[in-house]
Design a protein around this ligand. Structure first.
Ligand code: NDP
Length: 252
């Protein structure tokens, strides 16, 4: 079927740019209704317009996911409008590498607040909806956007990489916990993807390293990652891609 995700109700965090935006657009093209969560309302409205114009269904929900009660309200709103949620992409994240000796406590905290705390709160808020969807006989998916940084070692990326190791390990545990309830859990671990992620990096050494990588490696596109998520979501209910590493061909 050209629309294998017809009837699915998806919620995507970090949907205003990069991997989240591309995933929302592709899931919608494959038939899912998509709820778009992020802070930048203008971006969400623009994406909603594009999805709607292409014949899809999208709901823009501007929210700061680090605000636990606002996140809870946003998830409830989506569940009410869509009559449930059966596909979640917990994707919002930020990468702020810097030498540990520089004591960038503000940047450590920003990464932990978003990549770890908000991700756990997202998972907590959506899990009852996913369990209910699966109990009702629907396919239910929880995708997390981890990173190869969860597995590989990159000097100056220690805190970011640790947040992603947390996400991969969290996901493996949740898969074991929720699989018995027919909820699939998948950790997506991309190598470098060309998105706005790199634009937030302030550390000059890391900026130089990324520029060097850009000169020798054709980065993945956000659509490349979206294809993997859409593929996994369309697999038969008994099949769970637990962990997917997706690399630019030229990235070592
Ligand atoms: P982007 O910067 O393009 O996307 C990040 C998204 O997160 C944006 O939509 C942003 O929206 C959202 N976001 C940030 N802060 C908040 C917040 N407080 N509340 C709600 N939403 C927020 O980067 P990517 O698409 O690359 O990143 C997506 C995920 O992929 C991240 O978890 C990242 O770690 C991971 N990843 C990225 C790789 C890469 O090379 N690009 C490689 C491996 C993993 P807004 O600012 O509007 O709130």
């Amino acid at each position: 079927s050209p629309q294998p995700l017809l009837g699915r109700s998806a919620l995507i965090t970090g949907a205003s740019s990069g991997i989240g935006a591309a995933t929302a657009e592709l899931l919608a093209a494959r038939g899912a209704r998509v709820a778009l969560l992020a802070r930048r309302k203008d971006r969400l409205d623009e994406l909603t317009g594009r999805i709607t114009a292409a014949g899809g269904t999208a709901l823009a929900v501007p929210v700061d996911v680090t605000d636990g009660s606002a996140l809870g309200a946003a998830v409830s709103q989506v569940a009410e409008v869509f009559g449930g949620v059966d596909l979640v992409v917990a994707n919002a994240g930020i990468m702020l590498p810097a030498p540990i000796e520089e004591q960038r406590a503000d940047q450590w905290q920003t990464q932990i607040d978003l990549n770890v705390t908000a991700a756990v709160h997202t998972v907590g808020a959506v899990t009852p909806l996913l369990v209910a969807a699966a109990a009702g006989g629907r396919t239910a998916d929880l995708f997390t956007t981890s990173s190869i940084a969860a597995q590989n070692i990159f000097p100056t990326f220690a805190v970011y990489s640790a947040t992603k190791a947390f996400i991969t390990h969290l996901s493996r545990h949740l898969r074991a916990e929720l699989g018995g309830k027919d909820v699939r859990v998948s950790a997506i671990e991309p190598g470098i993807v060309g998105t706005e992620l790199q634009s937030h990096v302030t550390d000059q050494g890391a900026r130089d390293w990324l520029a060097g990588a850009a000169a020798s490696v054709e980065f993945l596109t956000p659509q490349d990652v979206a294809e993997v998520i859409a593929f996994a979501a369309a697999l038969p209910r008994r099949v769970n891609l637990q962990q997917v590493t997706i690399m630019p061909t030229r990235q070592a």
